[in-house]
Ligand binder design. Structure first.
Ligand SMILES: Cc1cc2nc3c(=O)[nH]c(=O)nc-3n(C[C@H](O)[C@H](O)[C@H](O)COP(=O)(O)OP(=O)(O)OC[C@H]3O[C@@H](n4cnc5c(N)ncnc54)[C@H](O)[C@@H]3O)c2cc1C
Length: 499
């Protein structure tokens, strides 16, 4: 078994998987390291009780809040990472998200690259992830160099009707860009177990299916599953990483390479670099700025159920529509508020974990008559919100949500929107520390080594052959789903690495 590679990529999610795919014909000999296995295709993939109540696909892992309270993080350790269960909503950020934006709660900082610089990579990422969408419906949409690869996923009749009701209010509901295999002869059967579930028929555009498996067709790419990266080792100068210590099948081994990419997700990437601390890097690798693990963001998220007790919602595939009318401001609010997007159709079994005291038939009755939304606002980088590795190895997440006025305004706007659309009851459930699906920011990129961990190509400022290519690089969280942006930046970094 070779133990020297040109490149080692640790993690196979949206960042690592896309990077491997982009480099599959680069001539580089690449080792992909993944702590998990391929997620099994099994009936339980689509069973709410298994997925939500029994947490079948989540690790038995406990992290702690700053006050010491334990929680189980919403992470997934499989080939494909969190994209195995994601909702496959694949929008681009708005062009303005790349500049500094004033929010009610503070400033959302500018990125070191512009939207125009990332646009060609967005276009490629949309091809790779087979994105379906309809241009021209969303007033906040950034300019595109070409059409969406596939036409929008059509609304089902009930959602079409809701869309018309929203139009009547002067809003601009639009088909949300989605990565599912609805191509001619495609695998997608439009079931209701997409958002939040693994896809049993592999019809979601995930890093596993769309990137890792095709990448493995190249003899230059090797994948080691069930292999945990424990530590990166530098040379004596501390200027180069020379190896990664791995745990594989109960054995410990060190793999050497010319270059290393950490792509473990925003929390685990920061932790790996912290665990790799040595004499030259006492605060963790690539941490001369002191910013590693800081500026952790996850969005402000609220689930909203709008219920019309007199009308059943027969929709099966609900996640087709979004509203961005409040993205940059509201009717009486001059600051950005965020994005409102449909959730996959809620089922009683998905609600029992959050509402264990409510009898299941009542939850089922509500779910049968509800329309379900994810209300999402930008949270701002705050260096006090951070990931900490305690001396005893415990993972501590310091998280104090901010920019909450904007989020409350958005939830109110969503509530009003749905009341006016004819829904008598609106229930909201704010998300807590364990909803870290959109985690980002723990190794922000920038041009100044004093104020960022990574350069604009995600190379660490401190260590010339070490990169972090996952959601860690985000300097701001914007208020759109992150995966397409992670993938686009991975494609941009791949060009640099191949050169
Ligand atoms: C329920 C849910 C729904 C979501 N819906 C959407 C959506 O609709 N649209 C969207 O854009 N985003 C969505 N997201 C978020 C999206 O999935 C993530 O933003 C994205 O996957 C992050 O990519 P990443 O590369 O940063 O990390 P991940 O995808 O988390 O990948 C990290 C990988 O690293 C591996 N790893 C971690 N530590 C180690 C280690 N020490 N050694 C070896 N391997 C390691 C993990 O097993 C994993 O495979 C959702 C997430 C969840 C959980």
């Amino acid at each position: 078994m070779p133990e020297h590679f040109d490149l080692v990529i640790i993690g196979t999610g949206a960042g690592g998987g896309t990077l491997a795919y982009a480099l599959r014909e680069s001539g580089l000999r690449i080792l992909l390291v993944e702590r998990g296995d391929f997620l099994p295709q099994e009936p339980q993939n689509w069973q709410p009780v298994e997925v939500f109540d029994r947490r079948r696909y989540k690790p038995d892992e406990t992290w702690y809040g700053a006050d010491g309270s334990p929680f189980h993080p919403g992470v997934h350790y499989f080939v494909g990472g969190n994209t195995k269960v994601y909702g496959a909503a694949l929008p681009r950020l708005r062009a303005q998200d790349f500049g500094a934006l004033e929010h009610e709660g503070g400033t959302s900082p500018a990125w070191p690259i512009t939207y125009d610089e990332l646009e060609p990579y967005y276009a490629r990422a949309e091809q790779i992830y087979a994105v379906h969408g309809a241009p021209g419906e969303d007033p906040t949409e950034p300019p595109r160099s070409g059409p969406f690869p596939y036409p929008a996923v059509p609304h089902e009749p009930y959602i079409d009707d809701l869309c018309a009701r929203l139009h009547k209010q002067g809003l601009h509901p639009f088909h949300y860009p989605m990565g599912i295999d609805l191509r001619e002869g495609g695998r997608c059967i439009r079931c209701k177990t997409c958002d939040g579930f693994p896809c049993q028929v592999l019809a979601k555009s995930e890093s596993d299916v769309n990137c890792v498996r095709p990448a493995l067709e190249s003899p230059a790419i090797t994948l080691w599953t069930n292999t945990l990266a424990r530590r990166l080792v530098t040379d004596e100068t501390g200027k180069r990483v020379v190896g990664v210590e791995l745990e594989r099948g109960g054995e410990h081994l060190t793999v050497h390479a010319e270059r290393f990419v950490v792509a473990c997700g925003a929390v685990n990437s920061a932790l790996l670099l912290m665990r790799s601390a040595n004499d030259r890097h006492p605060g963790g690798l690539a941490n001369s700025s002191g910013l590693l693990g800081r500026n952790y963001m996850v969005h402000n998220n609220t689930a909203l159920m709008a219920v019309d007790p007199f009308r059943r919602n027969p929709t099966v595939f609900q996640k087709t529509l979004a509203v961005n009318d409040f993205y940059f401001k509201g009717a009486n609010f001059a600051y950005p508020m965020g994005n409102i997007q449909m959730l996959g159709k809620l089922q009683a079994g998905m609600l029992t974990a959050a509402q264990p005291l409510v009898p299941k038939p009542i939850l089922q009755g509500m779910a049968d008559r509800s329309v379900d939304w994810w209300v999402m606002s930008e949270d701002l980088p705050d260096s006090h919100n951070r990931v900490e590795l305690a001396p005893n190895g415990k993972v501590i997440v310091h998280w104090k949500p901010n920019n909450l006025v904007a989020h409350r305004k958005l939830v109110d706007a969503a509530r009003k929107m749905m009341r006016e659309a004819g829904y008598q009851f609106v229930f909201v459930q704010p998300m807590g520390i364990d909803t870290n699906s959109h985690q980002c920011g723990t190794a922000r990129f920038g041009v100044d080594p004093a104020t960022s961990v990574l350069d604009p190509y995600c190379r660490t400022h401190d260590i010339e052959n070490l990169y972090v290519v996952d959601s860690s690089f985000f300097p701001s969280s914007a208020a759109m789903n992150p995966a397409l942006t992670i993938a686009a930046q991975a494609l941009r970094v791949a060009e640099k690495l191949a050169a």
